[in-house]
Write a protein that binds this ligand. Sequence first.
Ligand SMILES: *Cc1c(COP(=O)(O)O)cnc(C)c1O
Length: 396
Amino acid sequence: MTTYVHSDLDVSAAKVVASGQALYPAEARTSAATAIALHPNTSPMSEADRAKILENPGFGQYFSDNVVRARWNKAQGWTAGELISSATSSGGFGMNALHYGQSIFEGLKAYRHEDGSIYTFRPEANALRFQRSATRLALPPVPTDLFIGAIEALVSQDQAWVPNDPDKSLYLRPLEFGSENALGVRPSLEVTYVLMACPVGAYFPQGVKPVSVWLSDDYVRAAPGGTGEAKCAGNYAASLVAQAEATENGCDQVVWIDANERKYIEEMGGMNMFFVYGSGNSARLVTPKLTGTLLPGVTRDSILTLARDLGYEVEEGTISVEQWREGCASGEITETFACGTAAVITPVGRVDSKNSGAWTIADGGSGDVTMKLRAALVDIQTGRAPDTHNWLHRLV
Ligand SMILES: *Cc1c(COP(=O)(O)O)cnc(C)c1O
């Protein structure tokens, strides 16, 4: 059995400064053929039942047959992962994560290519972000080889769950939480890492459709010094009431504004945002810079690179609500989109708010630049375009 030697919170790579490229260095991309002990589900779902689910998987409703679990404790550090039935669940009501929210997660996907092979996209970037989230939440970082080794083992075991359709994929959900049963408010002395997988369908079954957004004037997602940069459970719990307000106001999604000045756009729900100025080859893209209160998206980072490849000028800067509204009114801003692993790229077509009025985006949101970038990214992920940046990691 492999034991991962890892001191408590010492993860120098995880302390890389959050600025664009430097966040995700092209570190060694060796295969993480980690020793994951295999104890797979002895009664996996029948082929017929699985086929029915894969036809219309929705998002996160069905889980594949297995998960990978690894445990950490203060005395021994990380122990090797084991692949076990996804029906296994353990823990108690006293778990630290339930009471105090010491819990973080990740999200990435496995894509089946036309020749049947299966790849994931930039897993070392998710591993690094997971380590940074862990550091912020006083959890022991999961070593990169355990993180990627778990993905390799699970997708290899449950490969029949990776849909055979370029519009669908297998969503991978790494989760780490304090699993000690003890009510003291302190970092948990026992921690569990779990990787689970859900088949997911096209986010837009009827084709890419622009969303409407509600500016959150009353609720703040993240403040300087807080946990905005970490993918931690509490951020999402705190966002639900704002999302409900957006829904009540007839909007699909929330857009968050900075906590200090209540003026600058930060992100949309669980996605980063891009604003397109001008059109055609002379288009210029602006995305809010990573100030410490934004979640540094892997999709955002990839789009910055692909936009430069396509010859667009790109800028990580600031954009205020007023600049967004006036830019749309003058026609200077032609497109706005949000991006993230789940939905890839979502055009924004309409904005509404309590304090800043309502407006629409020139071309209804599904403009040229948005769709070009979407195609460039999806084509790499699904193997239809060359992987020029060495972003794909073969799993099967
Ligand atoms: C996960 C997430 C994103 C997008 O990150 P990706 O790595 O591109 O999937 C953006 N914002 C928030 C708040 C998120 O949780």
